[in-house]
Write a protein that binds this ligand. Structure first.
Ligand SMILES: C[S@@+](CC[C@H](N)C(=O)[O-])C[C@H]1O[C@@H](n2cnc3c(N)ncnc32)[C@H](O)[C@@H]1O
Length: 316
């Protein structure tokens, strides 16, 4: 597979400011992709600084290893970001980060490579796995699950209005021949959905839903956010860029929940350490300006949220 391909990092100056990069700090890029953010973080690090890079896609990791070979500041892991604690421990037991970046979703090279099967615009095998050896592919899901379960996936992860109709049509069609190609599924969706949203391919929502389901994206995000708390150094920054409302809702709720005292203790003179806030919200959600969205259409749906780890003294 081609390790090349371009990916323009979104909200780059805002990410660097949010991470508050210090030359000898320790940073995690949990979603290396093509390293646009990683490269910029690294430019700000001196010899004592560290950057840990994670991606679950072997093509992205091969690119990271090639790019940073021989740079003692960088460690690269082929892993899910929910396992960030064990990656950190492999660098140094108990390692904590001054900043962590999650730039969620898929990269442009993943979308652009038809062989990965993410795109309804390019014909390829109906795969959609970020880590091609891991778990069932989109074709396995589409060809095996009952109609009710497919409809639930399209509704829950794609907010697709025609979920049941599309699911029933899939089940009817696959009885004759299983779905193997992205174009076969995209074609069926175009045929069975009558109303078309302007500027949006009718398969957009179903493809998003399948991708989220195949990669367990929302569970991964929840697990990684929980894991981040124990690995952020005092005043360490948690920086997350999400690309749709399902992700953003998880991020917003997580940050808010940990930025407030457990309501059970509201108004009481002392609060147990576990119930005290662990995070401080830094600003509100940030979106890309017109210049960036004109240059990079991916940035249109990006939303950046930032929180800072409180020290225990600050929290109580
Ligand atoms: C939007 S791209 C990141 C782009 C990157 N910031 C850059 O500037 O090139 C998202 C990357 O995160 C990876 N990814 C998504 N979910 C992941 C997970 N749960 N664990 C590890 N990597 C993940 C994808 O494989 C993809 O390469």
């Amino acid at each position: 597979m081609d390790a090349g391909g371009e990916h323009a990092p979104v909200l780059l100056p805002q990410v660097l400011a949010a991470l508050n990069v210090r030359g000898n700090g320790v940073y995690l890029d949990a979603t290396f992709g093509r390293g646009g953010h990683a490269e910029a973080i690294l430019e700000n690090l001196v010899a004592g600084g560290r950057l840990v890079c994670i991606d679950r896609d072997p093509v992205a990791v091969a690119e990271a290893r090639r790019r940073f070979a021989g740079d003692a500041r960088v460690s690269v892991f082929l892993a899910r970001f929910s396992s960030l604690a064990s990656c950190a421990d492999r660098v140094e037991p108990g390692l904590k980060f001054d900043g962590m970046l999650f730039d969620l979703g898929v990269s442009s090279p993943q979308l652009d490579d038809a062989r990965r099967g993410f795109s309804f615009m390019r014909d390829g095998p109906l795969d959609m796995r970020m880590s091609p050896a891991e778990g069932p592919s989109a074709a396995d899901i589409v060809n095996r699950l009952p109609a009710a379960e497919l409809a639930r996936i399209f509704r829950e992860f794609g907010e697709e209005r025609h979920a049941s109709r599309i699911a029933r049509a899939i089940v009817a069609d696959r009885a004759t021949r299983p779905f193997e190609r992205t174009s076969e599924l995209a074609g069926l969706i175009s045929r069975v959905t009558r109303s078309h949203e302007r500027g949006k391919h009718p398969a957009t929502r179903v493809f998003q839903a399948l991708r989220i389901y195949v990669n367990g994206e929302l569970d991964e995000l929840e697990a990684a956010l929980e894991a981040s708390l124990a690995r952020l150094a005092p005043r360490g920054r948690l920086v997350v860029i999400s690309f749709h409302s399902l992700e953003d809702r998880i991020v917003k709720r997580f940050m808010r929940r940990h930025a407030t005292t457990d309501p059970v203790y509201a108004g009481l003179p002392s609060v147990p350490r576990d119930a005290a806030p662990k995070l401080r919200l830094v600003g509100r959600g940030v979106t890309a300006d017109e210049m960036e969205t004109a240059r990079n259409p991916r940035a249109r749906s990006a939303r950046l949220r930032v929180a800072e780890r409180l020290t225990e003294e600050l929290a109580v």
